[in-house]
Write a protein that binds this ligand. Sequence first.
Ligand code: BES
Ligand code: MN
Ligand code: ZN
Length: 491
Amino acid sequence: MNISFTKLNRPKKGALVCGVVEGGKLSPTAYKVDNETNGLISTAISCSQFTGRSHQTLNVFTPSNRILLIGLGKPSQINLAFAEKSGGVIYEALANSGEEEATIMMEVDDFKSVEIAAHLALGALLRSYRFDSYKTKITKEERPSLVNLFISIEEYSYAKKVYEVEAAVAEGVFFTRDLVSEPANILFPSEFAKRVALMTSLGLKIDILEEKEMARLGMSAMLGVGQGSEHESQVVIMLWEGGDKNQKSVAFIGKGVCFDTGGISLKPSTAMEEMKFDMGGAGVVCGLMRALAKRKAKANVIGVIGLVENMPDGKAQRPGDIVRSMSGQTIEIVNTDAEGRLILADLLWYTQDQYKPEFMINIATLTGAMVVALGEETCGYFSNNDILAGELQAAANAVDEAIWRMPMGEVYNKQMDSDVADMKNAGSRWAGAITAACFLERFVNNIPWIHMDIAGVTWLRNNLPTAPKGASGFGVRALNRLVLDHCEKKV
Ligand code: BES
Ligand code: MN
Ligand code: ZN
């Protein structure tokens, strides 16, 4: 779908979208149309339940146009996140309506700022995402009819500028959704790496470590996970150097388990197909790097992803095995299904060792326990640093991605001690998301760090206003915002 910004003008063809504040009067254009049509709009409103409540919609047909009324609720509710949701609702209402064009007229007082217009457009764009490359029988009716969406606003050229930055971020979100949606027979580690490597054309520096190199570096914790797979494990390092030379780098590290069977500690077969999204953390890091490159962020950012497939096989790692991580610390594998932390252990160590970043954030679909704790709506995060935690929380709030800080501490950490090695890779049933975080912290050497457990929020079972069901891309926008606020704001 093309989105463009045009002068404040009533469209000659296609659908016309007008906002209505709750209980409020019609916008100037809607009022005009109402007059010209002997009160078609006001009659439709009075005959329906439409009151202008948030996200309510009502279609009114005049001889020349479809008019889509969209409820804006109370003016006090209107903010950027609300605008995005409204944009998504408008897209959904028109996508398969048969209309090829629609024009949103931004003329209601509380809804006519440039930022609101840009975010309305962003919401529509985010909702328009589709992953249908494997569908061979899509009918004309199933394919969205809407090809052109116009946002009609006084300051259209400025609105376009604001929107273009957001659209760059949305491209990152779409890249994440594409990667996460792919099945594991298509997107195995080397194929994943290959797709990421295509981003060199955007100015990213990309380096791929193969198993031989990983072994030379001593990454036995990560290598053990992929041992039972026919596919080679890979580490991909992405560098975006958009900041000053003397500006410190920040690092993002993603879990990329292209498929998680659990290994010898095999998962039950119910819903195992969902484990194709166990590379969601890596997907977010790649989407973030794409967004930063697309909007030419003035920051120095490192993205590191660990790509493996966790399979049971004659060569697979066994429960009881002991591995030596790159940090030198030994790990007793008590459950081969607790594999994500083994990958992150080596990558956290490698990233600090190699790049000395100002802070590190890892992002992973790490534990089922996280989903039990916060459900599929909120991402839990863990940190050793209150300032960084506050910055991430503020960034996520600003883009309306729900995150919640979880506790850590010695009482949890000691559950990861092993009788035969420095630690074991799984604790008891209780507080499983927290003990996983404590395990990771053992590989952080006194630098500010955050672990985001996105197990619940990576895959949507239902449509949201700004995302169709399926891969959500959750996290790209919050992390992009964090980079913007932390690295790019002038002092
Ligand atoms: N990838 C899973 C976690 C997961 C579960 C993500 C459900 C999304 C939805 C992870 O590798 C895993 O299997 N974790 C185990 C850890 C346990 C063995 C300590 C879990 O959560 O059961
Ligand atoms: Mn697992
Ligand atoms: Zn996993």
